[in-house]
Design a protein around this ligand. Structure first.
Ligand SMILES: [Zn+2]
Length: 348
C-alpha cells in the first residue's frame, strides 16, 4: 500500500510500504478514508522536532474496518470508525476516568506506529481506540467531513473550553486562530458562552472565528491586544482558552485572565519552558492553569451526537483538500501558511 514517509525536513514522500497486518488479537486493520495534516505536524516538517527518516506521519485516522483480531468485540469488518489521535485500551485507570491520552498501554499514531497519512493502519486495542460512526452517516460525504475533526482538533478545542470552565452565559477569551482555536470558539459557543473574544494573527482566520460564533475579534499584531481585552472585559475574563502553545500566547493568557479565573491550555508548549511562565502574576491573581493533550476519545460520543444532529459543524476549518499523492504539497501549503488545515481524502 501507499503511505507518507518522513525523509527529512520539508521532505515527505508517498511510498510503497508493507500492508499492515494483525499482530495482536486486540488489533484491527482500518482502511483510511479521510485524514489530515495537523499544525503540530509542522514541527517535525520544519525540523523543529526530532523525527527519524523512515518514520510514518499523520495522527488523524478515519476509515472502514477491514479485519479484526480474535479478541476484538466492539467493531467488525465494514464498520466506519473515527479514531482519536491517541491509541488507548479504554480499560485502565486513566481511560476509565476519561484521560485516554495517559493510557498505560497507549500510544500515538505516526513515528514507529502506523501513520494516518496512508491507505491503511493497524489499530492497536481496537475495542478502546476505535469509535463506530452510526450508519445514518453512510453516503453523506458532507457529514463525514464534519465528523472527521473529532479525531483531533474539535475534541482539542472542546478540551480547552472544558478546562477553562466555560459554561452558560460566561465571557471567555480564545487565543489562537488556527484550527484548534477556531474549534475552541465552536466549543465555547456550544457550551453556552455569551461573549467569545477571539485573539489571532490573521485577519481571514479571525473572520472565520466570527462565523463560528466569536463576538469580538482582536488582532494580536496590535501591541496592546492584551490590554485591550482587559479593558473591554473590565478586568479580564474568567475563562481563557489557550490554543497555541507559544510562550507569547501563554503570557497573553495570563494577562487577560481575571483574578480567580481559569486558563485551559491545549497547544503543545513550544519555548514556554525556556522562557518561563509569570508564576508571580498567576499566584497573585489566583489563576488556575489546566489542560494538556485532549482526551478526544472521552468527548467523541457527545460531540458526535451534535454533529449528527446538525448542531455542530467544524468542517469549515478545512480550506484545502488533497488526495494521498497531494500530501507533500499539502504540507508545503501549510508551511507557507497558504492553507489553514488540509483534508486528505484517501478512499471511500
Ligand atoms: Zn488505558
Amino acid at each position: 500500500m501507499k503511505a507518507a514517509v518522513f525523509h527529512g525536513p520539508r521532505d515527505i514522500r508517498i511510498e510503497k510500504v508493507p500492508d499492515p497486518r494483525i499482530q495482536d488479537p486486540t488489533d484491527a486493520i482500518v482502511r483510511i478514508t479521510h485524514t489530515a495534516i495537523c499544525r503540530s505536524d509542522l514541527w517535525f516538517y520544519r525540523g523543529q522536532q526530532e523525527y527519524e527518516k523512515g518514520w510514518r506521519t499523520g495522527h488523524e485516522p478515519m476509515g472502514v474496518v477491514e479485519e479484526v483480531g480474535s479478541e476484538v468485540h466492539r467493531v467488525k469488518p465494514g464498520d466506519r470508525v473515527l479514531t482519536p489521535f491517541a491509541i488507548s485500551d479504554n480499560t485502565c485507570e486513566f481511560c476509565l476516568k476519561g484521560l485516554q491520552t495517559s493510557c498505560v498501554q497507549g500510544d500515538f499514531w505516526g513515528q514507529e506506529v502506523d501513520g494516518a497519512q496512508g491507505e491503511a493502519v493497524r489499530a492497536p486495542f481496537a475495542d478502546g481506540t476505535l469509535v463506530r460512526i452510526p450508519e445514518k452517516a453512510e453516503g453523506d460525504e458532507k457529514l463525514l467531513v464534519a465528523l472527521f475533526p473529532l479525531t483531533d482538533v474539535m475534541g482539542t478545542g472542546h478540551h480547552a473550553a472544558v478546562c477553562a470552565g466555560v459554561g452558560k452565559g460566561v465571557t471567555c477569551v480564545v487565543i489562537g486562530d488556527g484550527a484548534v482555536g477556531l474549534c475552541a470558539v465552536l466549543a465555547a459557543r456550544r457550551l453556552g458562552a455569551e461573549r467569545i473574544i477571539a485573539i489571532g494573527h490573521h485577519e481571514d482566520r479571525l473572520e472565520k472565528a466570527g462565523v463560528f460564533g466569536a463576538t469580538d475579534l482582536i488582532s494580536s499584531r496590535e501591541e496592546n491586544a492584551a490590554a485591550e481585552v482587559v479593558e473591554m472585559t473590565k478586568g479580564g475574563a474568567n475563562h481563557v482558552l489557550e490554543c497555541v502553545g507559544a510562550a507569547s500566547s501563554m503570557d497573553t493568557a495570563i494577562q487577560v485572565a481575571r483574578p480567580g479565573g481559569a486558563i485551559g491550555y491545549v497547544g503543545v508548549p513550544h519555548g514556554v519552558a525556556e522562557k518561563g511562565l509569570d508564576i508571580m502574576e498567576m499566584f497573585f491573581k489566583n489563576l488556575t492553569l489546566r489542560g494538556g493533550p485532549a482526551p478526544v476519545r472521552a468527548y467523541m460520543t457527545e460531540l458526535m451526537d451534535d454533529v449528527l444532529s446538525g448542531r455542530l459543524d467544524p468542517s469549515p476549518v478545512f480550506d484545502m483538500t488533497v488526495d494521498l499523492d497531494g500530501v507533500p504539497g499539502g504540507y508545503a501549503a501549510m508551511d507557507k501558511r497558504e492553507a489553514l488545515k488540509v483534508l486528505i481524502k484517501v478512499g471511500k
